[in-house]
Each structure stands twice: as C-alpha cells, then as structure tokens.
Design a protein around this ligand. Sequence first.
Ligand SMILES: [Zn+2]
Length: 121
Amino acid sequence: MSISILTDLRLRSGEDKLTQKAFEGALPEVKSAVMDSQGRVWLFECTKSHLTPNHRSWVSDIETGFYYYCGGFDATDWQNSAIDRGVIEVKPGYTCGDCGYHHEPHQLRTTFCEGCDTLLS
Ligand SMILES: [Zn+2]
C-alpha cells in the first residue's frame, strides 16, 4: 500500500460537505478548495476562477500550489464543488491591531490582514 493510498484514507468525522471549515488553519496563501470525483478535498493557492474540472479532478490555468485536505466527502456534483475562501467586508476604517495597517472602508478582502497576514476576527 503506497503512502498516497494511506493518505486518501484520512477522513474527517462529521464533515462530508465542502464548506469554509476546510480553510480553518490553512496557509494564508490558500484561496480556494475543490473536491474531486473520489470525494477528496484539495486546497489551492489560486481562486476557483482558475480551476476547471476534468474527467476526474481539477486543473488550473495558472501555476499554483495545492495541498491535500482530506477524503471521505460526498462526491455528488463534485464538478460544482469549488469554493473560494470566504471574504469579509472590513469594517469602515479598520486598523489592524498587530501591524497598524489601515484598511479602507470599501476594501473587500480575505480574512487576513493586508499588512501582516494576521487572521482578522
Ligand atoms: Zn496587520
């Protein structure tokens, strides 16, 4: 049994739909997540707009990093499983407590500070 097969057996209990939970603890570079035809979830460093399902998995149209998350998801409609990491609208005049970076009120962004990559709450 190869290492990759062992890896594929890693399951998440109580998690069978791809949601924002997949991004918890993920690297700041991770921007999207997809599920393949076998119910395995992968995290990508590009947004889902760069990802296209092929016959079994996903291909990106740009150079990107990707990581295995886990298997055991419900693979129904996997071709439409791609999600982008959630974005929050930064509160007007939000200033990061860690680095002092001032976010403009209109800035739509990921949950990480533009200035220091700290996770915003
Ligand atoms: Zn910051």
